[in-house]
Design a binder for this molecule. Sequence first.
Ligand SMILES: [Zn+2]
Ligand SMILES: [Zn+2]
Length: 136
Amino acid sequence: MDKKVIDLKPVRSALEMNEKPNVVVVVMRCSRVRKSSGVRFEKRVENKWVGTWAFELKEASAEREGYEKTAIGGSISLDNTYPGCPHCNARALFKCGKCNKVGCWDGESKVVICPWCGNKGEISGYIEILNASHDR
Ligand SMILES: [Zn+2]
Ligand SMILES: [Zn+2]
């Protein structure tokens, strides 16, 4: 059995945006329509990244701008103001344990299919991300 191949471990590819070293964009793909979006994470204190915004992203421009070159680590959460997936409004996200890319997640489904590589797996540790969602 190939369980727990999709998890919420908090390291995601991203890139520092322009002049602000504490803001990164993580490329996410919608699990329903498989379109890309960018999720903006802010580093508020050391090793704490908070997702505050999501916007539609053209796949080509994501590559051109190098959004997938940097990794962020530490505590990763979504702010209460996070608007959800721009394509389907899913309120959470997951990282595929196989390809390490990020897809949107409705926060409820136990089994998800990675919109990048088609890997199917169980969400594990989702309470972590629910608890991590906080306001400041
Ligand atoms: Zn979506
Ligand atoms: Zn995958």
